[in-house]
Design a protein around this ligand. Structure first.
Ligand code: ATP
Ligand code: MG
Length: 223
């Protein structure tokens, strides 16, 4: 199965992609994580991408499409994948289509995540991440036992620069202007499933699994 998790920033795509990828034995491909790794490693792409990311803007297509294409063609993704954060605009969606066409594959389903702006802003503003092991916390909903310290590895937690309140607004605007249109693109292909993400993590996960299991056996075939 090849899936896309689509939706505004902070809606919970990453959290759910992690859970579903484990449950369904799919590889989780997060374009944001790939870019943040490149930024931390100070690669050529990372150095170019950093400012866009910190300001809440999309990085230019040429910095991301090749990394994602390489990843989905790799052995790790042989059994299928969940794309989280990619594609982010129409041209990326078309590159993705042609990348898959070349190997006679296609996207099976696109899960479109929605939540109110209020829910989104609360989720992003409270997010804290462990710099060392990547574990995620939320100030209100899942705080660490000791303030600002990771439960798992005792390292310090940090807040992503693009999670600062003023940058969240930019990201939501960019989403509306460039990314939201993909809902129509995939709806027209007849592969879109909407998921309401206002509820709790478990409830949302169940909604996704129900959507997945409504796909026919043939569609769920991994080859
Ligand atoms: P969240 O992680 O809160 O769900 P998000 O989906 O906006 O929010 P990421 O996917 O981690 O966050 O992306 C963070 C930043 O990385 C984006 O704001 C953008 O600068 C860059 N980025 C990630 N994916 C892409 C992409 N496909 N095209 C262009 N830029 C991207
Ligand atoms: Mg994310």
């Amino acid at each position: 199965m090849r899936l896309i998790f689509h939706g505004p920033p902070g809606v919970g795509k990453g959290t759910q992609a992690e859970r579903i990828s484990i449950a369904e034995n799919l590889n989780h491909v997060s374009s944001g994580d790939l870019l943040r790794t490149a930024v931390d490693a100070k690669t050529e792409i990372g150095l170019k991408a950093r400012e866009y990311i910190e300001n809440g803007l999309l990085v230019p297509d040429e910095l991301i499409v090749n990394i994602v294409a390489e990843k989905i063609n790799s052995a790790e993704c042989k059994n299928g994948f969940i794309l989280d954060g990619f594609p982010r605009n129409l041209s990326q969606a078309k590159v993705l289509d042609s990348t898959l066409e070349k190997v006679e594959k296609k996207i099976d389903r696109v899960f479109s995540f929605t939540a109110s702006e209020e829910v989104i802003i609360t989720r992003i503003a409270g997010r804290r991440i462990c710099k060392s092991c990547g574990a995620q916390y939320h100030e209100l909903f899942s705080p660490p036992l000791k303030e600002n310290v990771c439960d798992k590895c005792s390292s310090k937690l940090y807040q992503r620069k693009d999670d600062y309140p003023e940058t969240i607004k930019v990201r939501l605007k960019v989403y509306k202007e460039q990314t939201e249109t993909l809902i129509d693109y995939y709806n027209q292909k007849g592969i879109l499933i909407e998921v309401n993400c206002n509820g709790g993590k478990k409830e949302i996960q169940q909604n996704i699994l129900t959507g997945l299991h409504s796909m026919s056996e043939k569609e769920r075939d991994t080859e």
